[in-house]
Ligand binder design. Structure first.
Ligand code: SF4
Length: 134
């Protein structure tokens, strides 16, 4: 969670307009440490301009603009908390390509907590940047 005293908002490009040029990041946002680390990685990579996080739940809900973003994305980067691969399954069920996927629990033990460490977020984000060539 961001510090509320932060000075300026980083306004993102609208992903619907720029999907062809974006590494679109889909996270599961699962309710365990690994899901929340994945969510924080999505935010970090977006703020580093390595990609653009988009709404995975909207794809699952059949939202047409979001299905089109997944269709047009330069790369679809999928971040799953655990081996259930929920975010990947959302894209697969929608018939969308997955250019890169990661399972956070391969790098971090899954624990039923929402408390996470930024050290884990930065370390695994770096793995994604290297493996997915972001
Ligand atoms: S992949 Fe794992 S952590 Fe993510 S939503 Fe599914 S069950 Fe939860």
């Amino acid at each position: 969670m961001e510090d509320e005293s932060k000075k300026e908002l980083k306004i993102l490009k609208e992903c619907y307009k720029s999907a062809e040029h974006e590494n679109v990041i889909w996270v599961c946002d699962g309710a365990a440490n690994v899901g929340q680390v994945g969510q924080a990685i999505g935010v970090l990579l977006t703020n580093l301009d390595k990609g653009r996080m988009c709404c995975t739940t909207a794809v699952a809900a059949g939202s047409k603009p979001h299905l089109e973003i997944a269709e047009r994305a330069k790369k679809n980067i999928v971040i799953n908390g655990c081996a259930n691969r929920c975010a990947s399954k959302v894209l697969e069920k929608a018939g969308k390509k997955i250019d890169y996927e990661i399972i956070i629990s391969k790098y971090l033990q899954k624990v039923p907590t929402l408390d996470i460490y930024m050290g884990d977020v930065k370390k695994i984000a770096q793995i994604i940047i290297e493996e997915a060539k972001l």
